[in-house]
Design a protein around this ligand. Structure first.
Ligand SMILES: Cc1cc2nc3c(=O)[nH]c(=O)nc-3n(C[C@H](O)[C@H](O)[C@H](O)COP(=O)(O)OP(=O)(O)OC[C@H]3O[C@@H](n4cnc5c(N)ncnc54)[C@H](O)[C@@H]3O)c2cc1C
Length: 400
């Protein structure tokens, strides 16, 4: 699958970082993980901490799937607003999903603290109403979040928005609890750290088939080797669909552009993450080297050639939308990239097992919160494997 255009910013910035050998013999382990993106990295980190003997394989190099293209806003706000999620999955599960995302941001922050260069920074998250007729729904959302005590939220009127952010919008919700990250670098740091804790990592190693035995699984690798393990964790991002008999994902295309570095370091209120209610939408964040990153303008197709052909035009549209909000911040695009992006019917990830694949767990953080979902998956799967009861796991099951 073609997950992204060739030159996402993080890949250009850091290059390859580190490579690992490919498999040159058949292997045995407690647990095998397929996928070395941010999800596989978070899962491996947790499992190695528990003392499991883990082998990780990836057909690409570490982090070079969707993770290298991510714009890395860490938000507890799921693609589906709370008031809509309640009607889809019920009050308890909807509220708990929001709480789990909040907890995941904190957990990622604590882990990130151990590493250099991963650029985890707490940021407020500000969602504004793109149009007057969006205000009523946004207000409903604000009231619900306050009622359930989810994050510290503040309602901003049009005048407040102008005062704090300097642009015109009818209203917005300002939340205290967001963050930003460099997920590509974080995946590398997690995997390197876990490899010093027993993880064996092999890149350039495609898994071509999975066999399920009575008490184990067997991965057939390209070439003659196999990996056998008691348990398997599939962290193959949007390519995981190949291992699932039922279609669970909808594929879209998304775009991003990043500015040249500015002289100034403060752009708007606390350099918040900014996003809007319109669809198609744009979203914004800043970087530690004083760039502004704009993403969005999604298309509802999976066609990598068409996606990449549209990239220049999409980058212009992203810049123009940004300049309408901030005409005084002359946005000079330095790099732009595109990626495949996947949603689910309710905006929640799929975590857990399916009957067709015994001894196997999926960690599929599909949606705009892919990174925080990856951390939730890591905790759920760790708890399953250490036989610790975790009622949250059911929220993300395939049978929900
Ligand atoms: C442009 C863009 C912006 C985004 N912005 C955000 C954001 O702001 N916040 C957020 O939380 N999320 C965001 N996301 C989503 C987020 O990036 C993804 O959810 C996340 O990177 C997925 O990580 P992953 O490890 O699950 O998948 P991947 O990074 O794709 O890793 C999966 C790995 O599995 C390997 N693999 C697949 N099949 C096989 C096989 N058969 N054999 C061996 N290896 C295999 C692949 O090579 C790959 O390296 C964005 C995504 C894009 C594209």
């Amino acid at each position: 699958m073609d997950l992204r255009s060739h030159y996402p910013y993080w890949l250009l910035k850091h290059g390859i970082v580190k490579t690992y050998p490919s498999v040159t013999e058949s292997l045995h382990a407690d647990i095998a993980i397929i996928g070395s993106g941010i999800t596989g990295a978070l899962v491996a980190y947790q499992l190695c901490k528990e003392g499991f003997y883990v082998v990780m394989v990836d057909k690409r190099h570490v982090g070079q799937g969707s993770t290298a293209a991510s714009t890395c806003l860490l938000q507890y706000e799921i693609d589906t607003p709370l008031h809509k999620l309640i009607s889809k999955v019920g009050e308890r599960n909807a509220v708990r999903s929001y709480e789990l995302c909040l907890e995941a941001i904190e957990q990622i922050g604590k882990i990130a603290h151990n590493f250099k260069h991963v650029e985890f920074i707490h940021r407020p998250s500000f969602q504004f109403a793109s149009f007057k007729h969006h205000v009523a729904d946004l207000q409903k959302e604000y009231i619900l979040r306050k009622q359930y005590g989810i994050s510290s939220v503040e309602w901003l009127t049009g005048a407040d928005v102008k005062d704090k952010f300097g642009f015109e919008a009818p209203a917005g919700i300002l939340s205290a609890d967001g963050a930003q990250l460099d997920a590509y670098r974080m995946a590398h740091s997690l995997i390197y750290s876990a490899s010093r804790n027993g993880l064996r990592v092999y890149d350039s190693t495609p898994v071509t088939a999975i066999r399920h035995h009575k008490r184990s699984i067997e991965l057939k690798l390209e070439g003659k080797y196999t990996i056998t393990a008691r348990k398997l964790i599939i962290c193959c991002g949007y390519e995981s669909q190949a291992f699932i008999p039922k279609k669970i994902e909808t594929l879209n295309s998304t775009y991003a552009t990043i500015s040249e570095p500015y002289e100034q370091t403060n752009f708007w209120y606390k350099n918040s993450l900014i996003w809007e209610t319109a669809n198609p939408y744009i979203y914004l964040r800043t970087t530690s080297d004083n760039r502004i990153l704009i993403g969005g303008m999604d298309d509802t197709f999976y066609n990598p050639d068409k996606r990449d052909r549209k990239l220049k035009q999409k980058a212009v549209q992203l810049r123009q939308s940004f300049q309408k909000l901030f005409p005084h911040l002359d946005f000079k695009s330095d790099f732009e990239w595109a990626g495949t992006f996947c949603g689910t019917k309710d905006g929640l990830p799929y975590i857990g097992s399916i009957p067709q694949r015994p001894h196997t767990y999926f960690a599929l953080g599909f949606g705009g919160n892919g990174i925080t979902f990856g951390q939730i998956a890591a905790c759920c799967i760790r708890d399953i494997l250490v036989n610790k009861k975790n009622p949250d796991t059911a929220i993300f099951s395939f049978t929900r």
